[in-house]
Design a protein around this ligand. Structure first.
Ligand code: GDP
Ligand code: MG
Length: 598
C-alpha cells in the first residue's frame, strides 16, 4: 500500500469513557464484520476484560475506509491496555502509531488516566484528535469538556468530534478526522528490515502470534528472522492482519502493522519492544525504547485443598503461556503447604490472575500478603539482595540498610473529597508534590512508597471518594526506608503467610489492627488462643481469643437428632476450608480478610 493511504492510530481514554464501544463502531462502519458477527466489544476478547471493562492484551484491527475524497485508506486501529499496570505495553503500542483518538466522556470530563495516556501520546509526537463521546447522555456538557481539554491538557479542542459511540452519532466524522488529521507513516521498504515487536500472545492453533509494526523494509513468509535483543532466530511461516478475523497477507511493509507467526513455542522468547530483523543483511542496531519488564508485586498462591497442587501448577503454566510478564516459582510454607510465589506487574495484574485461576480453572486459593521487591544492603561486605518474600528476610543484624520502591501518583477528584484524600496519602507516608485546580476538580501529585499502596490504597481511595477519584502512577526508583519485618503468631507459632514488611512508624498500628481482625476471624477453640504481632522477638500487639465453654452440639442434647446432625455437617463443611495451624484451625477467609487494612 502507498504510504500516503495508511493511518496508524490508537484510542486513548479513561476507563469506561467508551473506547471499546467506539472501536466496535469503527469496525462495523468499515465492514470488518457482518452484523451477526458483531457481538459487543470485539476487541476485548476475554471474559474478565469484559466484566472489568479493561483491555489486557493489545490487539489491532485493519480497516478499509473510503473517505469523502473518494480514496480508500488502510486504517490500523491499535487497541491499548487500559490500566497503569501495563504502562510499558501501552508505550510500545503508542510508539507503533502516528496519532491517537482522545475519547473523553461528555458527562465525566477529563480524568487521571486520560491525562496519563495523553501525555504519553504527546511524548510519542502523536497527532491527537479529541472525540467527545456520550453526547446522547442528558448530563452531557460537551462545551464544558472542550474547555477542560484545552485548559487541562493544552490541546486545541475547537474541532473536537462530538460523538455517541452507543447511538452511532459522529462515526463518519471520526473516520474523516483520522484521514485528514493523523499523518501517514514514514519508512523505507527498500532498507534492511526493522520491525518492532508490539505484542505477542499464545493461540492454540497458530502458536505464538506476534504483532509487529514494520518501521523499515518488508517482512514476509519464508524469511529467516532474528530478535535483536532476545537473540533467537526463527523462520516466518505466516504474515497477516486482523479485520478482526485473521487474513493472510503476502507481506507487511514499512509503515504497516500486522502479525507474524514463526513456530515459536514459548512466549518468553518474544519481548515487547524487541526489534525483529532478517538474519542476512539485517539492521545493525535495535530500535530505541526497549525496556525489560520486571514484576513489582509478589505474593504466594496456595491451594486451599492440598490435593489441588498439581492442578494449580497446570493452571498457572497455562496462564503463563499468554502472559510473559507474570512469574512463578514453587514455594512451601509451614502453614499453607505447597504453592507458588508469583510476581506481577501491579495489583490489578495480581487480581486478574487470581480471578482467572479461581474462575476459569475452578481453584480455591489462599493469597498471602502482597509484597513489593525490597533491596537489602547486607553487613560485613556481603553485598546486596533482592527480597521478594518477607519470609526470606535475613536476621536484622545482617542487614545494613533496606531500600523500598517509590511511586509518583496522580490523583484526580472533585474537590469535596480532597481533604480525606490528602489525609489518606499523608497516612501512607506520602509526600505532596503538587496541587492544582480546574473548575471544581483537584489534581494532586504525591510521592508514595509502593508498599503503602499495594495493600488497599485503591479500594480506600474509591470508597472515600464514592468512586469519583481516579488514580494513576509510575515508579520513580528506590529509597532508604526504616522498615522491619512484622510476624504474626497464633498460639505461639509464627504464621508465615501473614508476616509482612512494614514501616517502623506504622508497625504498631498495623500489628494491632491485624490482631484485632484475627481475633474476630478465628473461631473459638476449646482452649485460649493468644494472637501476637512481633518485631524480632518483641511483641508489639496482642489479643486473646477466649476458650469455648462447651461443645457446640451440647445445647442440642435432648433436642431433635436431625438438628444435631445438621450442625455437625455444617462443622465438617467449615473444616474443609480451614487450615490446621498447630492445634488451631484458621478459616481460609481469615487470611484474606486479615490482609485488608481497616
Ligand atoms: P472503555 O472502558 O473506554 O472501553 O469503555 P466501553 O466502551 O466499555 O464503555 C463503557 C460503558 O459506557 C459501556 O456501558 C458502554 O455501553 C457505555 N457507552 C459507551 N459509549 C457510549 C455513548 O456514546 N453513550 C452512552 N450513553 N453510553 C456509552
Ligand atoms: Mg474497553
Amino acid at each position: 500500500t502507498d504510504l500516503s493511504r495508511i493511518r496508524n492510530f490508537s484510542i486513548i481514554a479513561h476507563i469506561d469513557h467508551g473506547k471499546s464501544t467506539l472501536a466496535d463502531r469503527l469496525i462495523q462502519r468499515c465492514g470488518g464484520l457482518t452484523d451477526r458477527e458483531m457481538t459487543a466489544q470485539v476487541l476485548d476478547n476475554m471474559d474478565i476484560e469484559k466484566e472489568r471493562g479493561i483491555t489486557i492484551k493489545a490487539q489491532t484491527v485493519r480497516l478499509d475506509y473510503t473517505a469523502s475524497d473518494g480514496l480508500t485508506y488502510e486504517l490500523n486501529l491499535m487497541d491499548t491496555p487500559g490500566h497503569v499496570d501495563f504502562a510499558y505495553e501501552v508505550s510500545r503500542s503508542l510508539a507503533a502509531c502516528e496519532g491517537a483518538l482522545l475519547v473523553v466522556d461528555a458527562a465525566q470530563g477529563v480524568e487521571a488516566q486520560t491525562l496519563a495516556n495523553v501525555y504519553q501520546s504527546i511524548e510519542h509526537d502523536h497527532e491527537i484528535v479529541p472525540v467527545i463521546n456520550k453526547i446522547d447522555l442528558p448530563a452531557a456538557e460537551p462545551e464544558k469538556v472542550k474547555a477542560e481539554i484545552e485548559e487541562v491538557i493544552g490541546l486545541d479542542a475547537s474541532e473536537a468530534v462530538l460523538a455517541s459511540a452507543k447511538s452511532g452519532i459522529g462515526i463518519d466524522e471520526v473516520l474523516e478526522a483520522i484521514v485528514k488529521k493523523i499523518p501517514a507513516p514514514k519508512g523505507d521498504r527498500d532498507a534492511p528490515l526493522e520491525a518492532m515487536l508490539v505484542d505477542s500472545w499464545y493461540d492454540p492453533y497458530l502458536g505464538v502470534v506476534i504483532l509487529v509494526r514494520v518501521v523499515n523494509g518488508v517482512i514476509k513468509k519464508g524469511q529467516q528472522i532474528k530478535f535483536m535483543i532476545g537473540g533467537t532466530e526463527h523462520l516466518i511461516d505466516r504474515v497477516g492482519c486482523m479485520r478482526p478475523k485473521i487474513e493472510t497477507l503476502s507481506e507487511i511493509a514499512a509503515g504497516e502493522i500486522g502479525f507474524i507467526t514463526a513456530q515459536i513455542k514459548d512466549i518468553s522468547q518474544t519481548r515487547v519492544g524487541d526489534t525483529i530483523t532478517t538474519v542476512k543483511n539485517g539492521a545493525a542496531t535495535p530500535l530505541p525504547g526497549f525496556k525489560e519488564v520486571q514484576p513489582v508485586v509478589f505474593c504466594g498462591l496456595f491451594p486451599v485443598d492440598a490435593n489441588d497442587f498439581e492442578k494449580l501448577r497446570d493452571s498457572i503454566s497455562k496462564l503463563r503461556l499468554n502472559d510473559a510478564s507474570f512469574s512463578f516459582e514453587m514455594e512451601s510454607s509451614a502453614a499453607l503447604g505447597f504453592g507458588f510465589r508469583c510476581g506481577f506487574l501491579g495489583l490489578l495484574h495480581l487480581e486478574i490472575i487470581q480471578e482467572r485461576l479461581t474462575r476459569e480453572y475452578d481453584l480455591d486459593l489462599i493469597t498471602t500478603a502482597p509484597s513489593v521487591v525490597y533491596k537489602l544492603q547486607l553487613t560485613h561486605g556481603n553485598g546486596e539482595m533482592e527480597l521478594h518474600n518477607p519470609a526470606d528476610m535475613p536476621d536484622p543484624t545482617k542487614i545494613a540498610a533496606i531500600e523500598e520502591p517509590w511511586i509518583e501518583a496522580v490523583i484526580y477528584c472533585p474537590d469535596e473529597y480532597l481533604g480525606s484524600i490528602l489525609k489518606l496519602c499523608q497516612d501512607r507516608r506520602g509526600i505532596q508534590k503538587n496541587l492544582t485546580y480546574v473548575a471544581n476538580r483537584a489534581q494532586v501529585t504525591y510521592e508514595l512508597p509502593l508498599n503503602e499502596v499495594v495493600f488497599d490504597f485503591y479500594d480506600r481511595l474509591k470508597s472515600i471518594s464514592r468512586g469519583y477519584a481516579s488514580f494513576d502512577y509510575h515508579q520513580i526508583g528506590y529509597r532508604d526506608g526504616d522498615l522491619v519485618k512484622m510476624s504474626i503468631m497464633v498460639n505461639g507459632e509464627p504464621v508465615d503467610a501473614l508476616s509482612m514488611i512494614v514501616h517502623r512508624g506504622s508497625a504498631e498500628t498495623r500489628g494491632r489492627g491485624m490482631c484485632e481482625r484475627l481475633k474476630d476471624l478465628i473461631p473459638r477453640h476449646l482452649f485460649k488462643i493468644p494472637i501476637q504481632a512481633a518485631i524480632g522477638g518483641k511483641v508489639i500487639a496482642r489479643e486473646t481469643i477466649a476458650a469455648m465453654r462447651k461443645d457446640v452440639t451440647a445445647k442440642c442434647y435432648g433436642g431433635d437428632i436431625s438438628r444435631k446432625k445438621k450442625l455437625l455437617d455444617k462443622q465438617k463443611e467449615g473444616k474443609k476450608r480451614m487450615r490446621e495451624y498447630g492445634s488451631v484451625s484458621i478459616p481460609q477467609e481469615a487470611f484474606i480478610a486479615a490482609l485488608r487494612m481497616g
